[in-house]
Design a protein around this ligand. Structure first.
Ligand code: OFO
Length: 170
């Protein structure tokens, strides 16, 4: 059985994961409308991944006897000053998510809720990857600077991303 406070906190995180999916979908449309087809594809896959993250919360809350409460999803930003800025915001967003995953883990410990703590460990590990990936891309933008050919190459590289079976089952 789950405590009310834990149930509410997990529902809030479910909403954040849904917003993450929405935000990255919005970034995908921004890239699409600026002819960065590879980056748009990368963000579409990222949005799918976030949807998987949200469904893991959805299933877990139900499984431990809680009730999923779906709240309104905030409207995401529509435009960015540059492709680099969008990825910098993606990195900042992942840092924000990490902070909340850590707070949730602290709460699970305080509540002596071992099953939720174990469930959250997957997200603790995943956030290390999420931040590292976003940061790596931001560093590449910095390296490229104003080079149009560099930007073209990066767009191609990011467009080669695929949703791995590993990601899909997580
Ligand atoms: Fe991008 O991370 Fe979800 O959890």
């Amino acid at each position: 059985m789950i405590s009310k406070v834990m149930e509410e906190a997990l529902n809030k995180q479910l909403n954040r994961e849904l917003f993450s999916s929405y935000l990255y979908l919005s970034m995908a449309t921004f890239f699409d409308s600026n002819s960065f087809v590879g980056m748009a594809q990368w963000m579409k896959l990222q949005a799918e991944e976030e949807h998987i993250h949200s469904m893991k919360f959805f299933d877990f809350i139900q499984k431990i006897g809680g009730r999923v409460i779906l709240e309104q999803i905030d409207k995401p930003q529509l435009d960015w000053d540059s492709a680099q800025q969008a990825f910098e915001d993606a990195l900042a967003h992942e840092e924000y998510i990490t902070k909340h995953i850590n707070e949730l883990t602290d709460l699970a410990i305080a509540e002596r809720d071992h099953s939720t703590k174990t469930f959250l460990q997957w997200y603790v590990d995943e956030q290390v990857e999420e931040e590292a990936t976003a940061n790596e891309i931001v560093q590449k933008f910095k390296l490229i600077g104003d080079s149009k050919s560099g930007l073209y190459m990066l767009d191609r590289e990011l467009g080669a991303r695929i949703l791995t079976p590993d990601t899909a089952v997580k």
